[in-house]
Design a protein around this ligand. Structure first.
Ligand SMILES: Nc1nc2c(ncn2[C@@H]2O[C@H](COP(=O)(O)OP(=O)(O)OP(=O)(O)O)[C@@H](O)[C@H]2O)c(=O)[nH]1
Ligand SMILES: [Mg+2]
Ligand SMILES: [Zn+2]
Length: 313
């Protein structure tokens, strides 16, 4: 029997799919060619003889979030999104460079980015001011930001409103509260089922991407925490690398192919120097630029095009 379904969880090649009637099945890709990720729409075949569901084909995607591999290739993360929610928190200590790269990835996919500062219940007045200062450059650059606490239901209204009717993925460092937020947003959800494991310190940590329907419409995908992330380099807009304030300023640069590093007449660098562009965001841009050039070099000539079809591992 053939049917279409949606991948609601993906742990490597172990998939969980949901069919049009809401029935859920464990499934596996049929053949190496089929590389399905959470959020994919797929064609399935029920093999009655072996009581197995095979995913035979990944249906066309509206987009695919990919991360750069160490050698300049790309690895699929999740598909068919309309928004990336970057979760940061006062603890563990935020790595805003990772946050910046997710925000850049959203730009490269042409989808929305939202920054959610979680665990605001942990902030005293001084820490609250620090947190506001941390979000200010993002707000100034035009990104949407919300604050929330997974442990304080009243604090979730703003986040909930930003998620309505979107298909979002929650991304960020391990321990910032992605799963806790989803648990607080989706009623009757036992987020501990299936997707969790204990890490070396015995804490629960998410090991696979999992998709949940939101009561207000739309869906949210939980994803495992990361130490680092870089968007796939072919997807990045080559002048701004997905930094919206760099993109706006770059129209004023002397050279059309300005990389905003040492070029004379660079409006981006002068904005960083005179403080109209946040210095940390500019440093983040420069780091991503260096990584971008490194990865391009590693991949070498003749490896252009679509690395998603030619993953290098
Ligand atoms: N005080 C406080 N603790 C929180 C909040 N949200 C989550 N936590 C705690 O932070 C820890 C990590 O939360 P998780 O939801 O597992 O974090 P995660 O981002 O899903 O982590 P990974 O799955 O490893 O990526 C847990 O002990 C939570 O109880 C919050 O808003 N306030
Ligand atoms: Mg988690
Ligand atoms: Zn420039």
């Amino acid at each position: 029997m053939k049917f279409e379904a949606e991948v609601i969880a993906a742990y490597g090649r172990h998939l969980r799919v949901r069919d049009a009637t809401g029935g859920e099945h464990d499934a596996r890709p049929f053949g190496r060619r089929v590389q399905a990720v959470c959020g994919d729409r797929v064609a399935c075949e029920h093999d009655a003889a072996h009581a197995e569901v095979h995913v035979t084909e990944v249906l066309p995607r509206s987009n695919l979030l990919e991360r750069a591999t160490a050698r300049g290739g790309a690895e699929a993360v999740v598909a068919n999104l309309t928004q990336i929610v970057v979760v940061i928190a006062p603890a563990p200590a935020p790595d805003l460079f990772v946050a910046d790269r997710y925000v850049a990835a959203a730009a490269s996919l042409g989808i929305e980015a939202l920054i959610a500062l979680n665990k605001i219940d942990l902030l005293d007045i001084k820490a609250q001011a620090d947190a506001d200062a941390m979000l200010a450059p993002y707000r100034q650059a035009g990104y949407r930001c919300v604050t929330c606490s997974a442990t304080t239901p009243e604090s979730l209204a703003a986040l909930r409103a930003e998620l309505d009717d979107h298909v979002s993925v929650m991304v960020g460092q391990s321990g910032v509260g992605k799963s806790s937020l989803i648990g607080a947003l989706v009623p009757n959800l036992d987020i501990a089922t299936g997707a969790l494991d204990r890490d070396a310190e015995g804490r629960h940590t998410t090991t696979s991407a999992c998709r949940y329907d939101l009561p207000g419409g739309g869906a949210i995908i939980d994803s495992p925490g990361v130490r680092d992330f870089a968007p796939a380099i072919d997807a990045l807009e080559p002048s701004s690398l997905g930094f919206s304030e760099v993109d706006r300023l770059s129209t004023l640069c002397r050279f059309a192919d300005c990389q905003h590093l040492r070029e004379p007449g660079c409006a981006v660098r002068s904005a960083a120097e005179n403080g109209t562009l946040d210095a940390r965001r500019y440093e983040s841009y420069r780091r991503l630029r260096r990584l971008f050039e490194d990865l391009r070099e590693k991949r070498g000539p003749g490896q252009r095009g679509n690395p998603a079809r030619r993953p290098i591992r």
